[in-house]
Design a protein around this ligand. Structure first.
Ligand code: PMP
Length: 433
């Protein structure tokens, strides 16, 4: 009798409706696959080389130095030394006044910054434009806020001269972009440099987006976590510095990417108080604040970088220099085996074309699983090399057009990249023998 009544009480759904359709997550699946099978993991985006000494030393000092208050709560919207130095830094980058208390907020990684943006700024029925391919959490976060994502793909234009494609060859169609803006559009998510392609949006492209934002009174959520990882002398341009954009833009950054400490989960937002005041409401009612010691150490890291700004010893100069070499190395390695790389202008990711490997992992027509998912799973299980399928970065509607590519992360030790090259070379030999 008892068990019957208990069963009856458990028959209604326990989950909130806002979770419908967003329960799947690529990272949960692929991180597990990589942990189980990979010998070389170029999948998830994190460096496997050490963080800079000046930063880990700052953390150690914060942990065991004289200031025991660093083990306690700090200011909810950001540890004062960190928001102060971020404000100073962004004043330099944007050429405008930035108030540490009202124009900066520290978050638990860029991930929570994104969550605060969508929860604070997007309402039921609002449309949010997302440029494909996109960092996958944008879509479920918009939906959780009750909004409707509207997707626009970057369109590839392969160079005709037989050269390798560059991420710059993936472009927005201006008319198509304009057609996505209407009276329901609340915001556009911009991610430059873009994960997964590595595209660094040009001033012209940003100008076009800015013009449409201003014309339609649309906000811009600008995910700039890879702002320092730009190559070949290209420049990262901040859309907030374009005319009319500061007042409608939230800039998002991450110490994880900036200082190679993804596990610390320190991120930030920079923007006008009229937007940030609402992000603070979400933040104070969800996580309240991020670990004090990590914030203190990141503050010291930025103080060092402020002093060395533009100098050769600056980590923001050294890291991209090292990563560019790693990029070039992986480009060569992939090109050598016929897995054509798309040369990224920024980030630590690289997308490669797997069309020539189709004979190894044959297509299964009418399968629910996109080809690149199957290929990536096969590769990690049979070759021990982990990557991420590109179609994971597309909406359901557009996924099937982009199943011949996979994404590699090259923020890896030279030994890791060499081990990846060994796997690819051996694979090529097996194919030809
Ligand atoms: N945005 C983009 C584009 C990213 O690639 C990532 C991390 N992969 C994040 C945000 C999240 O950053 P964090 O680790 O600081 O939460």
């Amino acid at each position: 009798f008892l068990s019957h009544s208990l069963q009856a009480k458990m028959s209604r759904p326990v989950q909130a409706r806002r979770l419908e359709g967003i329960d799947k997550n690529i990272w949960v699946d692929f991180v597990k696959l990589a942990a189980t099978y990979s010998k070389v993991n170029l999948g998830q985006g994190f460096p496997d080389f050490p963080a800079p000494d000046f930063l880990t030393e700052a953390f150690a000092r914060a942990l065991s130095g004289g200031n025991h208050m660093l083990h306690q709560y700090t200011r909810a919207f950001g540890h004062p030394p960190l928001v102060k130095v971020l404000a100073q830094f962004f004043e330099k980058l944007l050429g405008r006044d930035v108030d540490p208390m009202t124009n900066v907020m520290v978050t638990v990684g860029a991930y929570q910054a994104l969550f605060c943006c969508f929860q604070a700024l997007v309402d039921e029925g609002d449309e949010v434009i997302i440029i494909e391919p996109f960092f996958d959490c944008y879509e479920p976060m918009v939906k959780m806020a009750g909004g409707t994502p509207v997707f626009i793909p970057l369109r590839p234009n392969p160079p005709k001269d037989g050269k390798l494609m560059s991420s710059a060859d993936w472009q927005l169609d201006p008319a198509e972009l304009a057609s996505k803006f209407n009276e329901r559009t609340k915001a556009i998510v911009l991610n430059s440099p873009n994960n997964p392609l590595g595209k660094v949006f040009s001033r012209g492209e940003l100008g076009l987006i800015a013009e449409l934002c201003v014309k339609h009174d649309v906000l811009c959520i600008s995910d700039e976590v890879y702002e320092w990882l730009v190559y070949d002398g290209k420049q990262h341009i901040r859309i907030a510095s374009l005319e009319g954009m500061w007042d409608r833009t939230v800039i998002i950054g991450s110490a994880g990417k900036t200082f190679s400490v993804t596990g610390w989960k320190v991120g930030w937002v920079v923007g006008p108080d009229r937007l940030l005041q609402h992000l603070r409401t979400v933040h104070q009612n969800s996580v309240y604040h991020c670990a004090t010691i990590a914030q203190e150490a990141v503050a010291q890291g930025f103080q060092r970088e402020l002093m060395l700004y533009g100098k050769p010893e600056s980590y923001f100069v050294q890291l991209p220099k090292e990563l560019q070499q790693k990029r070039d190395w992986l480009v060569q390695s992939l090109n050598g085996v016929g897995m054509k790389p798309i040369i990224p202008e920024g980030t630590f990711f690289l997308v490669a074309d797997i069309s020539h490997f189709k004979s190894d992992v044959p297509d299964v027509p009418n399968s629910d699983e996109p080809y690149d998912y199957r290929f990536t799973k096969w590769m990690v299980k049979n070759k021990g090399l982990a990557a991420i399928p590109l179609s994971a970065f597309y909406s359901e509607a557009h996924k099937n057009n982009y199943t011949n590519f996979i994404r590699f992360c090259f923020a890896k030790d030279d030994a890791t990249l060499k081990a990846a090259n060994d796997i690819l070379q051996k694979w090529k030999q097996e194919k030809t023998s």
